[in-house]
Design a protein around this ligand. Structure first.
Ligand code: FE2
Length: 369
C-alpha cells in the first residue's frame, strides 16, 4: 500500500468513512492480538496541552458536614471499614472515588468517644482541621492532638488510629496519594490493634517536642528523611507566618507572593523539601479585595477555604466560596482568586511528583516565564 493510500485510509478511519476491506481486516487482526495503532488516536495519546479527565468542581462544606453526620448516625466505625471517610469523587473520573487523577480527598467523621482502629498503608496521608477539636490521632504510638487550623502528617507505613475524647463529634479533611498508588501498583496495607495504642491526651506530640522548634534541628537527627518528622504543623505558627508577611508588605518589605497575597509551604525540616514525597501542602491568605493573576500549573490541586469569603475562578467556572468549601483544580486549568473578606485557604497538590519527574510548568498571565 502506498503512503497516499495509507493517508486516505487514516482520514477515512478518523472521519468514519469507507476503508478498504484489507484495512478493516488489519484493524480486526490488531484487536484480536491486543494491539492498537497509534495513527488513529494520536490526538488522545499526545494532547497539545494537558487535558485532564478530572473536571473543575466544588464541594460545599455546608452540604458535606450534614451528610457526614448522617453517616455518623447510621454507620459504625471499626475494623474492616476502618474509617468513616467519605471521598470527593470527581465527576470526570468515571465513578472512581478520586478528587483528581493523583489525589484522594475525603471528609472524615468521628463521633463522641469513638475510636478508629490502628492500621498502616504504603499510601501517604495528612489531615487538615477546618473546625473542631478533641480527637487525637496516634501515629506510631505518638498521640497527636487535632485542633482547628492544624495540618497533621501520617506518612506511608506508619501505624495510625484516631480517638475522640469528647462528647462532640469532629470532622476533618483527609488527603492521600491513593489514586497515584493505584496507578503505580504500589499499595500495601496492614491491620494494627483495634484500639489505639496510647489513649493519653498531651497537647503537644513527642514528634513536635523534638522537631517543631523554628530553625532548630536536634543533633540526634541530622540525617535527611524523605518524609517530615513533624507530626503536626500548628495553626498558631501558620497564622503568625501569614500575618507577618502582610505586615512586612505594609511596611514596604518584600514578603508576599504578590500584592495582598501571603503564602507559606509546609516543609520537611530535614531537607527543606515537601512534607512527603507525593503531596505538597500550602496555606494562602489574601487581604480583603486582593486578587491573584490567572495561573496554569501542571499537576492537580485541591483547595479548602479555612476562613473568609471570596471567588475562585477555575476555567469557565466562577464560584463564591465560604468556610470549608473544597475546590478541585485539574492540571493546566487556569485559576484565580478574588477575596471579598480576608480569605484564608489551605491547598494541597501532587507537585512533588510532577517536579521530581521534570513535568512541571507554570504559566502566569501577564508574566513571562
Ligand atoms: Fe489510614
Amino acid at each position: 500500500m502506498t503512503d497516499h493510500n495509507t493517508m486516505n485510509d487514516v482520514e477515512n478511519a478518523m472521519e468514519g468513512g469507507e476503508q478498504s476491506p484489507e484495512l478493516t481486516q488489519l484493524y480486526a487482526d490488531f484487536e484480536a492480538k491486543n494491539l492498537s495503532p497509534l495513527w488513529t488516536q494520536l490526538g488522545e495519546v499526545m494532547t497539545d496541552v494537558p487535558r485532564s479527565k478530572a473536571v473543575p468542581f466544588v464541594w460545599r462544606w455546608n452540604e458535606l458536614l450534614p451528610l457526614a453526620a448522617r453517616s455518623g448516625d447510621l454507620v459504625p466505625v471499626g475494623r474492616g471499614g476502618e474509617r468513616r471517610a467519605i471521598a470527593l469523587a470527581n465527576p470526570g473520573l468515571n465513578g472512581h472515588p478520586y478528587a483528581t487523577p493523583t489525589i484522594w480527598a475525603a471528609i472524615q467523621y468521628l463521633g463522641p468517644h469513638e475510636t478508629a482502629p490502628e492500621h498502616r498503608h504504603a499510601q501517604n496521608a495528612f489531615r487538615f482541621v477546618v473546625e473542631g477539636e478533641g480527637v487525637w490521632t496516634v501515629v506510631n504510638g505518638d498521640p497527636v492532638a487535632m485542633r482547628r487550623g492544624d495540618f497533621l502528617l501520617t506518612p506511608g507505613w506508619n501505624f495510625h488510629g484516631h480517638h475522640n475524647q469528647t462528647d462532640q463529634p469532629m470532622a476533618w479533611v483527609d488527603g492521600l496519594d491513593v489514586p497515584l498508588a493505584d496507578h503505580l501498583d504500589v499499595g500495601f496495607f496492614e491491620y494494627g490493634t483495634e484500639r489505639v495504642t496510647d489513649y493519653s491526651t498531651p497537647s503537644v506530640s513527642r514528634a513536635e517536642r523534638l522537631w517543631a522548634n523554628p530553625g532548630i534541628r536536634p543533633l540526634s537527627g541530622l540525617d535527611s528523611h524523605v518524609n517530615s518528622p513533624i507530626a503536626a504543623y500548628r495553626w498558631e505558627y501558620t497564622d503568625r507566618a501569614l500575618r507577618e508577611q502582610l505586615l512586612l508588605e505594609e511596611e514596604g518589605f518584600p514578603a508576599t507572593v504578590e500584592q495582598g497575597h501571603a503564602g507559606i509551604r509546609f516543609t520537611n525540616p530535614t531537607n527543606g523539601g515537601d512534607v512527603m514525597s507525593t503531596l505538597r501542602a500550602e496555606f494562602h491568605r489574601l487581604r480583603a479585595g486582593a486578587q491573584t493573576p490567572s495561573r496554569r500549573e501542571v499537576g492537580s490541586s485541591v483547595w479548602q477555604v479555612f476562613e473568609g469569603r471570596g471567588e475562585m475562578v477555575v476555567a469557565d467556572h466562577t464560584w463564591l466560596l465560604e468556610k470549608g468549601d473544597l475546590v478541585v483544580v485539574p492540571s493546566w486549568e487556569p485559576w484565580e482568586l478574588r477575596a471579598e473578606t480576608e480569605l484564608d485557604l489551605f491547598r494541597f497538590s501532587d507537585a512533588p511528583v510532577i517536579e521530581r519527574l521534570n513535568f512541571d510548568r507554570t504559566y502566569v498571565a501577564g508574566r513571562e516565564r
